[in-house]
Design a protein around this ligand. Structure first.
Ligand code: NAD
Length: 441
C-alpha cells in the first residue's frame, strides 16, 4: 500500500518504518526541518534500538522516504496516519494543537479520497471532530466530492522495545465505522498479527481503549508503590510480596515493580487526560485520579529518603544520580523521575552530578545548567557522598559495587529501582536504602 505518516517522533518513525519493512511504500512527513534533514542524511533523530538500521534498509530498498511537505506524503496514498504529539495542556487535558494543525495541512493538500488514521492518543470524539473539520476545509475548497473516513488506531508500542512491539504486536486495535475501512486495515495489519489479534470496534471505544490500557498499567505500578510504603512500615519485603501475588495467573507478573515512580511521555499524561475526559462527563474518576496522585508522591520518595538521612547535611552534599531517562533503553526524559529528584536536591543546596548511558544529551537540554555530567559510573561516584539509582539500566544492574564503593566518599546508596541485593550491599559495608525492602519496621 501507499502510506503517509504525519509526525516522525517515537511512534510515527517506528510505525512508518515497520510498515515499509512489510513491503508498503511509506512517506513520513514532519514539520521539523532539522529532523527531516537528519533522516534524509541517514541519521536517526531518536535513540531506539535497531531503528537506525531498519530505516537505512528500507530507504535503500526505495520503500521509505521523508519530507517536510505534506503534498509529497499524500501523493497517491490510500492511508494517512497521524502520529503527532498530544502533550498535556495546563489543565491536564490532551492538547490537540499538533493534531489539528496536521489535519488542516492534510485537508488543504488532499486531492483524492483517502482514509485518515489517528495513531496519536486522543480524547473520545476526536475522530468525529477531525472528520467534520476536514470536510469543512474540503467544502471551502469546492472538493466535497472527496470521500473521507477518519479511523482510530491507537499505538501500544513501548519505547526501548518499539520495533519488536510494532512488528509483533500483542494486539492491534482499530476503530472503524465502515466495512471497507476495516478490510483495508485488516490487509495492512495481517502481516503483523494474525486475525485473532486484530480487534475491530467503533472509533470511540478504540479511543478509550488506549487511555484505559495505560491507566490500568499505571495503576498496577501505583498500587505496588503503595504496598511498598506499607512494607517499609511493617518490615516486609515488597519483592517477596510481588512474587507471592504474581504467581496467581489472574494477576500475573508484569508492571508490579515498586520504584521511584513512573514517568515518560504516556502514563502521566494519559492518566491525567482520562480523568479530564471522565470529569467532563460528570464522573469523579476516583481510581484514575488516585493512580496519578500516588505516582506524584512516589516521584518525591528518593528525595524524602535523602532528607530523612541527611537532614541539614543536604546543603553541600554531593549526590550522584545514576540514570536520567524515564526508563532504560530510551533517551526520553519526558516526566522522568530523575528530574523531580534533581530539582529537589538542588533546592536543598546539594550539588548534583549525573550519568546516563544514553540520555545525557537530551538531559542537558532540560536540566538546570548547574548539574554536572560524568562520562562513566566510576567518575560519577568518585568522591560522592551518596548515589541514587533512578533508571534501571543493565549497566547499573551489572555494577561491581565492591570496586565502586571504594571510590565513594561515603558508601551510601538509595536504590530507586530495587536493582541491588540489600543483603549483599550491606555486607559490602554500604548504607543501603531501597523501595519497600528496607525490612526495619
Ligand atoms: P513525539 O513528540 O516524539 O513526536 C511528534 C512528532 O510530530 C514530532 O517530530 C513533531 O515535529 C511532529 N509534528 C508536530 N506537528 C506536526 C505537523 N503539524 N505536521 C507534521 N509533523 C508534526 O511524539 P510521540 O512520542 O511519537 O507520540 C505521538 C503520539 O503517540 C502521542 O499522542 C502519544 O501519546 C502517542 N503514543 C506515544 C508512545 C510513546 O511511547 N512515545 C506510545 C504510544 C502512543
Amino acid at each position: 500500500m501507499d502510506i503517509c505518516v504525519v509526525g516522525t517522533g517515537y511512534v510515527g518513525l517506528v510505525t512508518g518504518t515497520c510498515f515499509a519493512e512489510k513491503g508498503n511504500k511509506v512517506c513520513c512527513v514532519d514539520i521539523d526541518e532539522e529532523r527531516v534533514a537528519k533522516l534524509k542524511g541517514g541519521v536517526c533523530p531518536i535513540y531506539e534500538p535497531g531503528l537506525g538500521e531498519l530505516i537505512e534498509k528500507n530507504v535503500r530498498a526505495g520503500r521509505l522516504s521523508f519530507s517536510t511537505d505534506i503534498k509529497d506524503g499524500l501523493d497517491g496514498t490510500q492511508l494517512c496516519f497521524i502520529a503527532v504529539g498530544t502533550p498535556p495542556a495546563d489543565d491536564g487535558r490532551a492538547d490537540l494543537a499538533q493534531v489539528l494543525a496536521a489535519v488542516d495541512g492534510i485537508a488543504s493538500a488532499l486531492t483524492h479520497s483517502c482514509r485518515i488514521v489517528v495513531k496519536s492518543t486522543v480524547p473520545v470524539g476526536t475522530g468525529t471532530l477531525l472528520c467534520r473539520r476536514i470536510k469543512n476545509h474540503l467544502r471551502e475548497r469546492g472538493m466535497e466530492k472527496i470521500d473521507l473516513e477518519v479511523l482510530s488506531n491507537p499505538e501500544f508500542l513501548k519505547e526501548g522495545m518499539a520495533i519488536e512491539d510494532c512488528l509483533h504486536p500483542d494486539r492491534v486495535v482499530i476503530g472503524a465505522a465502515s466495512e471497507e475501512a476495516r478490510a483495508v486495515m485488516r490487509e495492512l495489519y495481517l502481516p503483523f498479527a494474525d486475525e485473532s489479534r486484530i480487534i475491530f470496534m467503533d472509533p470511540a471505544s478504540a479511543e478509550i481503549t488506549k487511555y484505559a490500557a495505560n491507566t490500568m498499567l499505571a495503576a498496577r505500578i501505583s498500587f505496588m508503590n503503595e504496598i511498598a510504603q506499607l512494607c517499609d512500615r511493617v518490615g516486609a519485603d515488597v519483592l517477596s510480596v510481588k512474587r507471592g501475588m504474581a504467581s496467581d495467573r489472574r494477576i500475573g507478573e508484569f508492571f508490579l515493580d515498586a520504584g521511584c515512580g513512573y514517568g515518560g511521555s504516556c502514563f502521566p499524561k494519559d492518566v491525567q487526560a482520562l480523568c479530564c475526559i471522565g470529569e467532563a462527563q460528570g464522573l469523579d474518576m476516583t481510581m484514575a485520579s488516585a493512580v496519578g496522585k500516588v505516582n506524584r508522591k512516589q516521584k518525591q520518595q528518593l528525595h524524602m529518603m535523602m532528607r530523612v538521612r541527611f537532614g541539614a547535611e543536604m546543603e553541600g552534599l554531593t549526590a550522584a544520580i545514576m540514570g536520567l531517562s524515564f526508563k532504560p533503553r530510551t533517551d526520553d526524559m519526558r516526566e522522568a523521575p530523575s528530574r523531580t529528584l534533581i530539582h529537589g536536591l538542588l533546592n536543598c543546596g546539594a550539588s548534583v552530578r549525573a550519568y546516563d548511558p544514553i540520555a545525557m544529551a537530551e538531559a542537558k537540554k532540560l536540566l538546570p545548567s548547574v548539574v554536572k555530567y560524568a562520562p562513566d559510573v566510576e567518575t560519577l561516584l568518585s568522591g560522592a557522598d551518596c548515589a541514587a539509582i533512578v533508571t534501571e539500566w543493565q549497566e547499573f544492574k551489572d555494577a561491581d559495587w565492591q570496586r565502586l564503593g571504594a571510590l565513594m566518599k561515603r558508601k551510601i546508596v538509595f536504590d530507586g529501582r530495587n536493582i541491588c541485593d540489600p543483603c549483599r550491599m550491606r555486607s559490602l559495608g554500604f548504607e543501603y536504602y531501597c523501595i519497600g525492602r528496607n525490612m526495619t519496621p
